[in-house]
Write a protein that binds this ligand. Structure first.
Ligand code: MRU
Length: 363
């Protein structure tokens, strides 16, 4: 992505050739800050505290975390320990486990003195492949937006609603749900994005708004409860969201609130698409109700952070003092509410047969 004319990925190797640089997403949108990670513990903390977040990006982060662990200790025990610890940091996005198993497979049968370079090579491949995969998702998804644009009257734009952040900040670059939007926009399609703020951490208001703005895509931030109303008013042509894990039957776990948008979309005849790469499909889970759902701290619900008038970023309490809170970070949207899955191999039905038609090797 370009920010103020400079190209960035969300994760890259430092000038020393081994440390890992990231955009620290906890500082956005108020500050474009970077962090240097030097140990597997740094990598685990970056995932847990959401300095890096979004399913594909935490996969890439974990891959580099294994590299950092192997720098410290190249033994089998250290490898197993690092993979187990990194895997525990966030339970819902399956890309984390996928990337860690890719790393294990890349190094486990090598002698200790060959492991480190093989690990860095595989981590770089995972990061590079993510960018290409997301570009392909963009090409397939843009056709859906362009088809919608073809049905519009002259001068009208396509209104796309998205939830959370499934853009380049959630990936190594380009994004999943936002990739079709960038592709269509860059190709000249007139469009506008409704950005759900996405409480409690506001990834929509802070991250999606930031990156759409940086790219020049017209957008409007809306409160999480507005989507249904806008659909009733005919102001939403289609929804595109990302995914943290897709079960083998096409059920989709994504950021809390996705399910309610899918219900509203169904009721209003608005197409509801989920964009995701192959590494987000969990072939070992038959149905969505078996996907583990991360529960995060109550503090995220009870407080909000933002920039005060004097320019300082502050955290404020928003609930009655002493209120209990519950913070399920994801929900499951049943396949029947999903119009289609946009993958790097094309668009398919959200169903076992649909997924198998694109990934016959998993059959
Ligand atoms: O808790 P987060 O910010 O990691 O959640 C991110 C999402 O839910 C995204 O929609 C999902 O990971 C898809 S990212 C391309």
């Amino acid at each position: 992505v370009n920010i103020d004319g400079k190209a960035y990925r969300t994760i890259w190797l430092g000038a020393d050739g081994w440390s890992v640089e990231i955009i620290d997403q906890t500082k956005l949108p108020h500050e474009l800050a970077f962090a240097t990670l030097k140990t597997a513990e740094d990598a685990g903390r970056a995932i847990l505290t959401m300095q890096v977040r979004g399913a594909p990006l935490i996969g890439a982060m974990a891959a580099y975390g294994v590299c950092l662990a192997l720098r410290q200790d190249g033994s089998d025990e250290a490898l197993d320990q690092a993979i187990a610890t990194l895997a525990k940091q966030r339970p819902t996005a399956v890309n984390l486990r996928w990337a860690l198993e890719e790393m294990r497979a890349a190094v486990r049968n090598l002698p200790r003195d060959k492991r480190l370079s093989a690990a860095y090579q595989r981590a770089a491949e995972i990061a590079d492949a993510d960018v290409l995969t997301n570009r392909a998702i963009g090409v397939h998804g843009a056709k859906l937006i362009e088809a919608m644009a073809a049905r519009k009257r002259p001068g009208e734009r396509v209104n796309v609603l998205t939830h959370c952040n499934a853009g380049w900040l959630a990936c190594v670059d380009r994004g999943t749900a936002l990739s079709p939007i960038y592709e269509a926009y860059d190709g000249g399609t007139a469009l506008h994005v409704w950005v759900d703020e996405t409480r409690p951490r506001n990834q929509g208001a802070s991250l999606t708004a930031f990156e759409l703005g940086a790219h020049g895509v017209p957008y409007t931030v809306i409160v999480d409860n507005a989507g249904g109303h806008l659909m009733q008013q005919g102001l939403v042509d289609m929804c595109i969201v990302g995914a943290d894990r897709v079960a083998a039957n096409g059920d989709v776990a994504n950021k809390i609130g996705t399910y309610l948008k899918a219900l509203a979309a169904k009721d209003n005849g608005v197409p509801f698409y989920v964009a995701m790469p192959h590494s987000t499909i969990d072939w070992t889970i038959a149905v969505g109700k078996d996907i583990p759902i991360e529960e995060r701290s109550a503090e995220e619900v009870l407080t909000m952070s933002g920039r005060s008038k004097d320019g300082k970023v502050v955290q404020v309490e928003i609930a009655a003092p002493g209120s209990p809170a519950r913070n399920d970070a994801f929900d499951v949207t049943p396949a029947r509410l999903i119009t289609g899955l946009i993958t790097e191999r094309g668009v398919c039905q959200a169903s076992r047969d649909g997924l198998r038609s694109l990934y016959p090797e998993r059959g």
